[in-house]
Design a protein. Structure first.
Length: 148
């Protein structure tokens, strides 16, 4: 019987990839502690660039002044309410699919996010939040001089 050497490296590489995927998902999930009380959840795209983060949230039918945005302890909170366009006593309704009521989303920001440089705007039913990144200290070489 011939003894074969077992190469564990592919198994370890696969395990590392799975752990990285798991941690990546956990780090980028929102910390929505009030999801149980929210009546609906707006969909959000998050883009990262070299100098900023951009958040785009679908909020058709919501006035800009009905949206609340806050930042505390590196957690960005977006909340508000979409109101009904009709009264409950109206009888001629054939189909109602659009969600109404309160919404609440939270996103943990990385330490490079500059909490002092955030802008928000709403256009055509899309909320845009731009968060600039802090200037990173660049590595530099320090010359050692002889003492005189």
């Amino acid at each position: 019987m011939m003894i074969q050497r077992y190469d564990i490296h592919p198994v370890l590489n696969r395990l590392q990839t799975q752990m990285n995927d798991l941690l990546e998902g956990a780090l980028h999930e929102d910390r929505d502690s009030s999801a149980a009380t929210a009546e609906w959840t707006p969909l959000v795209d998050i883009l990262e660039y070299d100098d900023r983060f951009e958040f785009y949230a679908d909020m058709p039918g919501i006035a800009a002044n009905a949206i609340e945005i806050g930042l505390e302890n590196n957690v960005l909170t977006v909340s508000g309410e979409r109101t009904k366009l009709f009264t409950d006593d109206e009888k001629r309704r054939s189909k109602l699919e659009r969600p109404v009521g309160r919404f609440h989303r939270q996103f943990v920001l990385p330490n490079v996010a500059d909490s002092d440089d955030i802008t928000a705007s709403s256009h055509d039913g899309v909320l845009q939040v731009i968060i600039k990144k802090k200037e990173q200290a660049k590595a530099r070489k320090i010359e050692v001089l002889p003492k005189h």
